[in-house]
Design a protein around this ligand. Structure first.
Ligand code: ADP
Ligand code: MG
Length: 323
């Protein structure tokens, strides 16, 4: 076991930002800390880094308590939302910074900078000014800089949040690959569930200072621990077991995502279309089934119009079992 967080509590005056959190991260594992804004994710990450003193509990590495170890002696790498690069240094100067601080020889530094720039897809960018890079390139440099001194643990706080959506999706895939290639042990904070599921071996869901569920991405996605977690993970509707049996044929409390009901001429349900909205790669409908409103999806080609009566099929990938 590499990182162990046990009973960790962090307070700011009267505000308890992190409350009795337990979390283990194994060597080589990538864990995403997922939760809504303000739930205490950054505070937990900062406490692990040593930037925030705990009011209770402990952070340890390989069994050794880190309470007396300052930030720069923990051997952890940090990446924040806005990169925080040194504007007066070029790309190579930024990436080599941690190694310079650690007293690495110039030749070793140069070699490592080339390796890292290759890894993050910026080979040939050594002499570029960081102020002339795009947001996505700057985050790649920040990542290379954090990885360069071979940190024991990489702590990333919303590393992609400042980027626009298309780039974020692409970089999430790249980041997942390069964390694996680097063999990194990492804790990635995010409020975006797609990002968490793309990046992580395990997802820890946080709410109001506590971790409510930890599990493999598919497990958390399919079986959220409670109603609030289900809603946070995109289940706009929660059905009690009776309603779930009737509508989707599942005898349990379930959460329905917007994709749970699909227009399908061979489907078992009859619905009246109330509203229609075009999205990127599908059409979203508001429909009425037996007097109740639900979301449903239709293909972009030939979608039904408000006022139409349609048949719906149930897509079980869009259904989460709660608890
Ligand atoms: P998240 O990263 O999940 O958005 P944070 O860890 O930043 O959440 O914040 C958790 C809670 O602690 C929030 O209520 C926030 O207002 C509060 N908080 C964060 N930092 C400070 C601080 N330096 N002083 C006082 N309160 C803070
Ligand atoms: Mg935060």
């Amino acid at each position: 076991m590499a990182l162990r967080v046990a009973g960790l509590t962090v307070r700011y005056g009267d505000v308890t930002a992190v409350s009795g959190v337990d979390l283990d991260i194994a060597d080589g594992e990538v864990v995403a800390l997922l939760g809504p804004s303000g739930c205490g994710k950054s505070t937990l990450l900062r406490a692990v880094a040593g930037l925030e003193p705990p009011s209770g509990g402990a952070v340890s590495w390989d069994g050794a308590d880190l309470a007396g170890t300052p930030v720069h002696r923990r051997g952890f790498g940090l990446v924040f939302q806005d990169g925080q690069l040194f504007p007066h240094r070029d790309v190579a100067g930024n990436v080599a910074f941690g190694m310079r601080m650690a007293g690495a020889e110039r030749e070793a530094r140069d070699k490592r900078v080339d390796e890292l720039l290759e890894l993050v897809g910026l080979a040939g960018y050594r002499r570029r000014r960081v102020t002339e890079l795009s947001g996505g390139e700057q985050q790649r440099v920040a990542l290379a800089r954090a990885l360069a001194p071979r940190p024991k643990l990489l702590l990333l706080d919303e590393p992609l949040s400042a980027l626009d959506r298309a780039l974020r999706e692409q970089l999430a895939v790249d980041l997942a690959r390069l964390l694996r290639e680097a063999g990194a042990t990492a804790l990635v904070v995010t409020h975006d569930h797609d990002e968490a599921f793309t990046l992580a071996d395990r997802v820890a869901v946080m709410r109001a200072g506590r971790i409510t569920q930890v599990g493999a991405p598919t497990e958390v996605w399919r079986r959220p621990a409670d109603v609030d977690t289900a809603r946070f993970l995109g289940c706009g509707r929660v059905l009690n077991p009776e309603a779930a049996r009737e509508l989707v044929g599942v005898d349990a409390r379930v959460g329905l995502r917007s994709t749970a009901l699909r227009v399908d001429p061979a489907g078992p349900l009859t619905a009246d279309v109330l509203e229609r909205v075009h999205r990127r790669d599908h059409v979203r409908l508001l429909v009425c089934v037996d007097g109740e409103e639900f979301e449903a999806v239709a293909p972009v080609a030939g979608p039904p119009s408000p006022g139409d009566r349609v048949r719906l099929a149930v897509d079980h990938d869009g259904i989460a079992l709660i608890g």
